[in-house]
Design a protein around this ligand. Sequence first.
Ligand SMILES: O=C(O)c1cc(C(=O)O)c2c(n1)C(=O)C(=O)c1cc(C(=O)O)[nH]c1-2
Ligand SMILES: [Ca+2]
Length: 679
Amino acid sequence: QTITEEQIRAAVGPIDTAAIIENDSHDRNWLNYGLNYAETRYSQLDAITTENVGELGLEWSYDLKSRRGVQATPIVVDGVMYVTASWSVVHALDALTGAPLWVYDPEVPGEFASRGCCDVVNRGVAVYDGKVYVGAFDGYLHAIDAATGEQVWKVDTIENREMSYTVTGAPRIINGKVIIGNGGAEYGVRGYITAYDTTTGEEAWRWYTVPGDPSKPFENDAMEMAAETWDASANYWEAGGGGTVWDAMAYDPELNLLYIGTGNGSPWNQHLRSPAGGDNLFLASIVALNPDTGEYVWHYQNTPGDTWDYTSTQHIILADLEIGGEMRQVLMQAPKNGFFYVIDRTDGSFISAEPFVETTWAKAYDDSGRPIENPAARSKDEPFETVPSAYGAHNWHPMSFNPDTGLVYIPAQGVPLVQSTDPGWSLNSHQPMSTMSGMGWNLGYLFNVVAPEATPFGHLLAWDPVNQREAWRAEYVSPWNGGTLTTAGNLVFQGTADGRFIAYDATTGETLWQTPVTSGVVAAPMTWEKDGTQYVTIAVGWGGVYGLMQRATERVGPGRVFTFRVGGTAEMPRFEMSDRTELVSGVPYDRAQVEAGLATYVANCLFCHGVPGVNNGGAIPNLGYSASETLVNADVWVLEGAGIHNGMPRFDAHLSEADVQAILAFIQGTADAVRGAAQ
Ligand SMILES: O=C(O)c1cc(C(=O)O)c2c(n1)C(=O)C(=O)c1cc(C(=O)O)[nH]c1-2
Ligand SMILES: [Ca+2]
């Protein structure tokens, strides 16, 4: 072992809120998910510059032994690194060598995979007072001894285990309280965020984001206010209402305000959730809370009356900007809905919002901070191509803000999708054609009943938040590129869907250096210093909601951590290539069953396995490229649960052998049609 337990105790033991703030004066460590409480992901380290970044070389790489999405930003404390793989497994490493110190597996049951919309991912840990904290996918918050990897305590953050709550986000820690939200608003849950005592795990406070049953007492004044913006005629509380806090938080120590981003409605479709409309507070909002008590302070709602999965859980960055000749304390956000927001973080007042991609649901915001909507975007009768789509113009992939250039670096994208009201929807019922309803999703929308017209795209967007306009962009071959890091070396770093790690000149966007890595990248890079040397680290592992079913490189290696420095000379690991190259053939089927198979497939398989034969698959296999023997034996997988440990659910509670045959007819029929079209 390269680092002793005593050394780790000496490093992580003193980490508290003051230490996290002290790190802001040098950025040698990376102590919080977004580097600092302002979550800027701008490091003052400047040993790696536009001049020498071309000499960046690999120092070490580490195999995370995972096959699903890796979204973690590593935490580094004085040469000790903590990083998570898929299934919320925590790895402690010697940051100088990549040698493992310990591995902590929270043992998330395989059957939990289907309780989350978007892959068994985890965005990372928090460190405090000698402990490492991870919110595991199955909803338990674990405190781990930073030196030994042994569990100190574990609490259940889920208030009702009948509901499909999951945890994917990184905890944040403020003055002895570890704060964590959850996900589940595709299924039907009531969002909330909870703070626990870092020492004991005892609950300190919980704040719900949407009102519960209005016939019962409201938990607080904010819930009473929120309830006035909901129509209770459709019993919104039965599907939970949504508003999950599944990713972004930021903290301003001087104002003592915790900022959280809230998610979409449950069900998605507002006509079915709150038929008379209304803003439906606090969906799709930024909310400021007192972190000591969990009390509501103010909110700004980006998307009133959300009906498009327009979460505002995307990254929140705090900065002080000169706007109209005045220094303003702002927060910035580029949520799914395609507008870039600058909000006064002292009181939530609206400063500006402008589209950073094409938008069809609204073209602009009025001076009061409300969107000027396109009425067609809420049609009950007609399909509407929502741009951006539910995949978001920007999803959870972190952006970064460089105060030297004044630019925000956004992983921007478009994934085309047409939404139309699902006339057959009812709560928790498995309906053919109703998207993933067999898995418990409650959207109230059908997808792509007519084909979308837009084309998918992904680019790195350098955005000027003061003038609300683009400075430069770098185009990519695909959506779903990684998060960004920016540094005082005037650099921007980003990994890409097609499996590259790139450094750009932060001012001009010129590509200065790049290297291929072992798979597509979704996580954000980070940087740290030890003994006078600056390192750049990135965790790699393709996945997440888009990455489950599509990919943009044939490299399909396991999750890995890569650390680079100027002059590094380690060898890149071997590139593992996909063997899913042939469309399936020879599965016997009845042509008359294809249509029924399609309907069952859409209701059970689509958001994991993708459309058969269209792309050869992401972190989960596209069945159009399976071996025919695998499909012929599908009963074992679908009805008997042979893949349960890998997250493949068993469906025998609501699917029969005849359903499986129909699904196979759809898969083989579609593969044959794709092959025919290609000839
Ligand atoms: O509504 C929710 O509760 C919820 C949770 C999550 C999640 O926890 O990862 C995602 C989403 N929604 C979501 O809409 C989304 O696009 C998404 C992408 C990802 C991902 O990890 O790639 N998670 C989530
Ligand atoms: Ca969602």
